[in-house]
Write a protein that binds this ligand. Structure first.
Ligand SMILES: [Zn+2]
Length: 307
């Protein structure tokens, strides 16, 4: 093979050689030739450099694309976080404002030192029997009564309770009007009028000493909606883990509270537990209608004092 022809053949093979796709025999010929021929060696090195450069450019391009993709991904993640945060913040603020509003309204209602609250609930678990409790409050003096009743009559009456927060907030008198018996009771806690306000939980009333975490948490875990079923006007529905409440929009006062019994109830004369029974309490309020006689201890001359 003359020199010129061999050079031409080798040069034709160089690219394939650099790409490492030659068969072993051709490879040997090329390697042998470039050791002996400077011109072909130079060509070989030039091609090798070209290929290397191209590879560099390619990998740089890939790096650049990767960087752009990474940035775009990061941006979309950040954007998602911001959206979630905004939605959460709006939800929280909305609930916070409504709960705070309800709390303020209730306090406004109870600024007066004269109110009456009646509670009717199905706490007896007996069909048709309701538990009725009433409280009259006037200028620090109060009377509480409670009984079970069916549609016809009172079936069980509990002691009437009297107290005077301004005289002694840890003392109550229990009157059994049937047995004409009076009993003085020392309370473990200090009585105040806010105790009579229903639904101190979960609404963060200013007066109750709920801790700050609880108060700040309330807008987060309370689901708020409105409804107008059964009473013909709109009310808030506050839903919590342990029940729900219907709240009068104008006054902030609970109209109904739905909860569950904390104690386990059994089917009559058995040990078979009844599934959680929903306790429904209905509230009625009157303001500035309580008279002195409503809260005054009755004539006790016929009563026996029990210590
Ligand atoms: Zn050559």
């Amino acid at each position: 093979m003359d020199k010129k022809t061999e050079c031409e053949i080798v040069q034709d093979l160089l690219i394939s050689y650099v790409d490492n796709v030659l068969n072993p025999e051709s490879k040997k010929i090329v390697e042998k030739h470039i050791l002996e021929c400077d011109m072909c060696k130079n060509k070989f090195e030039a091609i090798q450099n070209d290929v290397k450069e191209q590879e560099n450019v390619k990998s740089k391009e890939i790096d650049y694309l990767k960087k752009i993709r990474r940035k775009a991904k990061l941006k979309s993640i950040l954007f998602g976080i911001v959206i979630v945060f905004i939605v959460f913040f709006m939800y929280y603020s909305y609930n916070f404002i409504i709960l705070n509003n309800i709390s303020n309204k209730i306090h406004k209602q109870f600024e007066t030192d004269n109110f009456y609250i009646k509670t009717i609930s199905n706490e007896s678990f007996e069909k048709g029997v309701m538990f009725v409790s009433q409280v009259w409050y006037k200028d620090g003096k109060y009377k509480k009564t409670s009984h079970f009743e069916n549609s016809e009559k009172i079936v069980q009456k509990f002691d009437d309770v009297y107290g005077n927060i301004k005289v002694n907030s840890k003392e109550e008198f229990r009157l059994n009007t049937e047995n004409k018996n009076i009993k003085k009771e020392n309370l473990l806690y200090e009585m105040n009028k806010n105790i009579f306000i229903p639904a101190t939980n979960p609404i963060f009333l200013k007066s109750t000493k709920n801790n700050i975490i609880f108060k700040l948490g309330a807008p987060f875990y309370t689901k708020i909606s409105t409804d107008n079923r059964e009473i013909g006007r709109e009310y808030y529905v506050l839903e919590l883990e342990n029940g729900k409440q219907w709240i009068d929009i104008d006054t902030g006062l609970p109209i109904m509270i739905f909860g569950y019994s904390s104690s386990t109830q059994y089917y009559k004369d058995t040990k078979i537990p009844i599934d959680k029974i929903e306790i429904i309490s209905e509230y009625q309020y009157e303001f500035n209608t309580v008279t002195d006689e409503d809260v005054e201890l009755p004539d006790l001359s016929e009563f026996e004092i029990d210590n």
